[in-house]
Design a protein around this ligand. Sequence first.
Ligand SMILES: CC(C)(COP(=O)(O)OP(=O)(O)OC[C@H]1O[C@@H](n2cnc3c(N)ncnc32)[C@H](O)[C@@H]1OP(=O)(O)O)[C@@H](O)C(=O)NCCC(=O)NCCSC(=O)CCS(=O)O
Length: 412
Amino acid sequence: MNDIAATTGPRLFGDHFLRTLDAQERATVQRVRALCKHTIGPRAADVAREDVFAWDAFRTLAREGVIATAFPKAFGGTDARQALRIRIIEELGRVCSTSASMITGTDLSSRAIVAGASESFKQRLLPGLCTGELQSAFALTEPGAGSDVRGLHTTLRRTADGYVLNGRKKFITRATTADWFVVVGRAEESPSTFIAVLVPRDAAGFSISPEVGKLGWYGVPISSLSFEGVQVPLAQRLGDEGEGFSLAQDALLRARIGHAAMALGRAIGAVEIASSYAVDRSSFGKALGEHQGVQWMLADMVTQIESSRALLALTADKYDRGDSDVAIFASMAKLQATDLCMKVVTDALQLTGGRGYLQDFPLERFFRDAKLNQIGEGASEIHKTVIGRDVVRRAATAERNACLRAGSLVDY
Ligand SMILES: CC(C)(COP(=O)(O)OP(=O)(O)OC[C@H]1O[C@@H](n2cnc3c(N)ncnc32)[C@H](O)[C@@H]1OP(=O)(O)O)[C@@H](O)C(=O)NCCC(=O)NCCSC(=O)CCS(=O)O
């Protein structure tokens, strides 16, 4: 742990989590910290201003082996534990959402290939995805189906040697740079059967719209997709027929953990900026940080960040152990971290006043970027629904509170 602090200095809070990593994992965090300090952080404002796919950041992360952390060793990856990956994403999110999204986007778009592609397709695609020579995109959301995945309209009609794909997809990250697309649709003949397939960008009948402008996450372009009678060979199916939904949920699970880590990273970055400002700036004859109102704002920020980080660490641990309730914890971690991030960034901007509002100051970018984490990969309301549903399910069999007498509670 001291090795890291020696290179990049101690952090406001949170270095204690590094104790949970082994020496090699800590060395990876150290490399990412150095990258953030010398390259990614100083470049972040320009990357956002340019608002084209951030190739420099992507290639840097690929060259440094950070992209490869998402992939199995057998295909050139490092198969990193989520316990490490949340630290990496947090570091990137602390300075640059665009760079952090290179990691969460890699998980989302390639996980179904790792989990469901045939051995020969894995051999063909995964090594290139690890090194960044290839890119994939994940196409689930549709114009009429975002939160409600089971409502999607894209269809796959079975033919003698594969499928014919028809449909439209929306908000697809990396559409303009990806070589392969993971597309989820339903069997035309059996609408409750979900199927995931791989489609190359040059497939006949497949078109990609121009990039669409958005509020934040500049440097991470999105587009819409259209599939009109696209022929998909059987070999390009991911998993079995009927496994499309689970493959999508499996990919979303990893991406949701990543979103939580990115949001926490940004929240930490915002409190670092706000607390530095509180030291530098004076008002009414004393440093801003000596005013009790400012101290209370900072206290709320760090206290909530640390508790959210603990929940995320527990979630990563559950993922690494393969616990069956990890999806619920991922929903809790994402809900908590992304809503908290929006609040912390808003408060940090308030604390820094007019400067916070300037484009030249990083909080304006943090503020715009924070919103997407509350929406993407399952909006906060979806996660509340998933968590609440689980509470009710558990309540039916969970041990009853000892203050209650036996029998139906309706009989009280
Ligand atoms: C809100 C929903 C969760 C509702 O879903 P359901 O109630 O229909 O489904 P569940 O009962 O929760 O699960 C159904 C199904 O999936 C399996 N499952 C669940 N978790 C996992 C997992 N971690 N790994 C594998 N399988 C999993 C579960 O066992 C069930 O299996 P069977 O059907 O029984 O076989 C859902 O609609 C939802 O998630 N909504 C939010 C969607 C979302 O996040 N959208 C954002 C997508 S991002 C995008 O497309 C843009 C592209 S981009 O580039 O960013």
